[in-house]
Design a protein around this ligand. Structure first.
Ligand code: SF4
Length: 516
């Protein structure tokens, strides 16, 4: 068990570590949670950290601004975070940093946790890859300093030795009591408090994101979440699924509402509410807190609230207005193949109950699932008609590293340079897992058009209850909401719709035609 001793703060004002957000993520509606958590933890332990997250349009200028900032502030370490899709960007930024400053670079997040060998090789600009949760390893690295580091003694990292990438033993998952508060004060939160329709999806909302815990007990074939969590080890008898202390979650929500003025929040846990008690504990504590933000959450159709209706009502009573689900497909056979662990009946039940309690629903659908046939696609089409979600999101499944599909379909053929082509909205037929021959991009457009991803008027906004409108009218952000609605209704929707309509006409996209 790690001790939480305080380490004296470095006095010369140079940060111990500068975390740099990758260029793809600077315009994201989502804050860089990974850095906020790491910075919160390190600060609590007496280290100085900064997060570089300036909005600069050109990637080249952004990278140069990072280097200039590094030369000015001279941190002891640089921290980068890399998903598989921005591997290229991280690599070019790391090369520039190494050439111009020589500062040791630590890389973490999903991709290095799964494939550290992509980062640690002779001549690489990356010095250390952190596997899994970064809090404890970073604390040790910063405490010791690069020059004195005995790499082998730090669990949960990968480093270079005699030309090889060496992974040290896995580090135990952390006790979430230790993790502290995300360091919101380290970034300009004004960018994230503006109303956006991308967090509680399709509903303009000044919306924060929180995690009430970490970990997931499932193993869906298309998802790498477990490979990320299991880059750590778990003591016998314990579970990767851990909750943060509820008092800490409520304290964070207080900060988000009172200090930053958010009107809504969204629970981003992998599997919120699998256990009845988690819902009861959360809803009770939230109602008692006197906070007024409304909220949404992501969960599974077999969560406890769909087995016990009273829990769903409790969620609604404590301010829940939307639930997002991974529906994925309407085909029972594909649900089995992808190891989703749910049935079509459970999907129908969850949507029926949400309608009963007037909670908006959001369904994530995946095309290009392994062995998918045209019949399977029709089943998905029919299921969507029946459950009629408030909004549907469609993606083309990509075999990301860390997933069962990656191992089975592309592990031996894909090259690092091609990672960026794993794009679920601009899919390449090279990553076809489906058995049918329908061009994947056309299939995607067909579903997107049919299920209103492109729509001239964003009608789903009106499918929400009075509490939403009351919140908007009582918000101090009324003008921001007005602009957001105007942008969404008048500009984005109609322009997007017309572009799509022309494409549909030109390419004659209809399921009967494209499947021939
Ligand atoms: S899709 Fe959700 S439930 Fe399935 S493994 Fe990933 S996080 Fe867990």
């Amino acid at each position: 068990m790690e001790k939480n001793e305080r380490i004296p703060q470095i006095q010369n004002n140079s940060p111990d570590i500068l975390f740099v957000v990758s260029h793809t993520n600077i315009n994201s509606e989502y804050m860089p949670f990974y850095f906020l958590y790491l910075a919160g933890f390190l600060e609590k332990n007496g280290f100085l950290c900064e997060i570089f997250n300036e909005v600069i349009k050109s990637e080249e200028k952004y990278n140069q601004a990072v280097v200039n900032y590094l030369k000015k502030t001279k941190p002891r370490f640089v921290g980068l975070a890399t998903f598989v899709t921005d591997f290229d960007q991280s690599l070019s930024l790391a090369k520039l940093i190494k050439n111009e400053t020589g500062i040791p670079i630590i890389v973490g997040n999903a991709h290095p946790s799964i494939c550290p060998e992509d980062f640690i090789y002779p001549g690489s600009p990356f010095d250390i890859a952190v596997l899994g949760e970064g809090e404890y390893p970073l604390k040790e690295i910063l405490k010791t300093g690069y020059e004195k580091l005995q790499f082998k003694e730090i669990t949960g990292i990968a480093f270079l030795e005699n030309g090889n990438c060496i992974r040290t033993a896995k580090r135990e998952i952390m006790d979430l009591k230790d993790c502290g508060m995300p360091a919101y004060h380290k970034i300009d939160t004004r960018r994230y408090t503006r109303p956006t329709k991308y967090i509680i999806r399709r509903l303009p909302a000044s919306c924060a994101v929180i995690y009430t815990g970490r970990g997931c007990p499932y193993k869906c074939g298309f998802c790498a979440a477990n490979s990320v969590w299991q880059a750590n080890s778990c003591p016998a008898g314990q579970s990767f699924v851990r909750k943060r202390p509820i008092a800490m979650v409520i304290e964070e929500l207080k900060i988000l509402e009172k200090k930053y003025g958010f009107d809504f929040f969204y629970i981003m846990d992998d599997t919120f509410g699998i256990k009845e008690n988690d819902i009861i504990e959360f809803c009770d504590a939230y109602q008692k807190s006197g906070l007024t933000m409304l909220w949404g959450a992501e969960t599974r159709v077999n969560s406890s609230c769909f087995k016990n209706e009273a829990l769903l009502k409790r969620m609604k009573d404590s301010g829940c207005i939307q639930i997002d689900f991974g529906v994925e497909t309407g085909s029972p056979n594909l649900l089995k193949i992808i190891r989703k662990g749910i049935t079509v009946d459970q999907i129908k039940n969850a949507f029926t109950l949400c309608k009963k309690y007037q909670i908006r629903t959001f369904a994530n659908i995946l095309l290009n699932l392994p062995e998918e046939t045209e019949d399977d696609i029709h089943m998905t089409d029919n299921l969507l008609k029946e459950i009629n979600p408030t909004f549907v999101s469609i993606g083309v499944t990509q075999p990301y590293p860390g997933t069962m599909f990656f191992e089975r379909y592309i592990k031996t053929t894909i090259k690092k340079e091609d990672y960026k082509t794993l794009n679920r909205l601009l899919p390449s037929d090279e990553y076809r897992m489906a058995a049918h021959t329908i061009p994947l991009q056309k299939l995607l457009y067909y579903f997107q058009f049919k299920y209103g991803v492109y729509t001239p008027i964003e009608t789903s906004v009106f499918q929400t209850d009075r509490r939403y409108w009351k919140k908007i009218f009582s918000s101090h952000r009324k003008t921001q909401y007005l602009f957001s609605f105007m942008k969404m209704m008048i500009f984005a929707s109609i322009v997007e719709y017309l572009q799509m309509y022309v494409r549909m006409r030109r390419e004659n996209l209809n399921l009967k035609y494209i499947s021939q």
